[in-house]
Structures are given as structure tokens and as C-alpha cells.
Design a protein around this ligand. Sequence first.
Ligand SMILES: [Zn+2]
Length: 241
Amino acid sequence: MGNYRQHITFASFLGGFYSAGAFFFLGVHWFYGTVATLLTTLSGLLPDLDSSSGVELKGFTGILGVLAALAVWDSVGKADPRPQFEVHLWAVVISYVLVRHGLRRVLSRLSKHRGISHSLPTCAVWGLLTYLYYPSKYHGLRVLMGVAVAIGFFSHLLLDEICSVDLRGARVNKAFGTAIKLWAPSPWTTLMMYALLSYLTWMTIQRWPTDPTQFDLPALDVPIQKYAEEILQKLKSVAKP
Ligand SMILES: [Zn+2]
């Protein structure tokens, strides 16, 4: 069983390789690569969302809580008429607490460790979800990120499996074969996961473009030097009396 740190390290390593490969062979801008690496790294923790005591679970629901709060802040701010500040504030706080603590409870109740979350169909589901919902209209970018998530997820299963084999050879411990698998002990969860996978596959086929030029990535301009100079200018103007 790989631990939290091993999973992060292994996944980020693979993510870096993936992004470098995309950069050298496909000409994908390095800045997209940094996001792909980040997604791969985080996805290396996804399968352990089912362990109720996991540091992963705490970290993840924390990140999700912040994201949910930001999303609520944004959408409440766009409402018309605009609600007063106090309503706005409570909406944000409540959504954070609900996601952070509520979701963690639900997840830890629902799931059994090394159940369906450690399986190949779940890996595919996360990849497809990323492809479908990554906030970009560019097909190529969504494919890049979907694959990044799938790689991170798979790296976790692989590491769990490797760690369950005694490296000196002969002995194979009890956890062997519980990470990379096609089904869960429970037939119902397995069935539900495959139903979800079929649905997402169908959605993906619907969205997949017929025109190959749609694989092109949007041009990206990250003028880091310009940003740095601007910040420096500001700092100088502040420093001057
Ligand atoms: Zn695991």
C-alpha cells in the first residue's frame, strides 16, 4: 500500500513526463503542461477518497470546499438583483461547510476501502468526466487534461499493486490484486459504475469532433517577464516616499 507521499511523488513524476512528452512531440505549450501535471498529481490521490481516515479525503474535501465557496461567491455575485453582502457571506460559508464536512461524511459512509474506487472502470470514469467538464471549449485541451487525470489515477492503482508485492520476490501479500481490477466485491456498485461509464462514454462520443483541426490547441501567451516587470514597478513606486 503506497502512502500519501509516495502517491503524490509518483503521480507528479508521471505528470511531468506526460507534459514534457506533450511539449516535445505535440508542441503543447508548457503552461498547459503545468496544469496537466497538477491534475495528474492530484488524481494520484483520487482512489483513496474511499478511506475515511485518509489524509487524502481531508485534503480533497478541503480543496473542493474552497472551490465550491468560490463558485458560489461568483454565481451569487452575478444574481440579479444582487443580494446584500450578509446573504452573500452566509451562502459562501454554508456551501464551504457543507462540502467540506458533509461530503466527507457521505463519502466515508458510502465507500469501502479498496472497493470500486480502486478499479479500472472508475479510472476511465474520472478521465471522461474531466474531458466532458474541463472548462474549455477546446477539444484538444480537454483530451490533454482527461488523459492527465487518467494517468494520475492509474499511477495510484499501479503503486498500490506494486507495494502489495514483496519486492524480493516470492511472497505476495494479501492486498495483491485488490488495486487494479475490473470489478468490486459488491455487484451493485460494480453495475452502477459500469452504467455511469457507459453513459459518459456515450456523451463523449457525442461531443467528439469529426473535424480533425479541432484538435489544435488555443494559442497561449504567458508574458511572465512583463508581469514581473509590472510587479517590480509597483513595488518601486510603493517604496518611494
Ligand atoms: Zn489506494
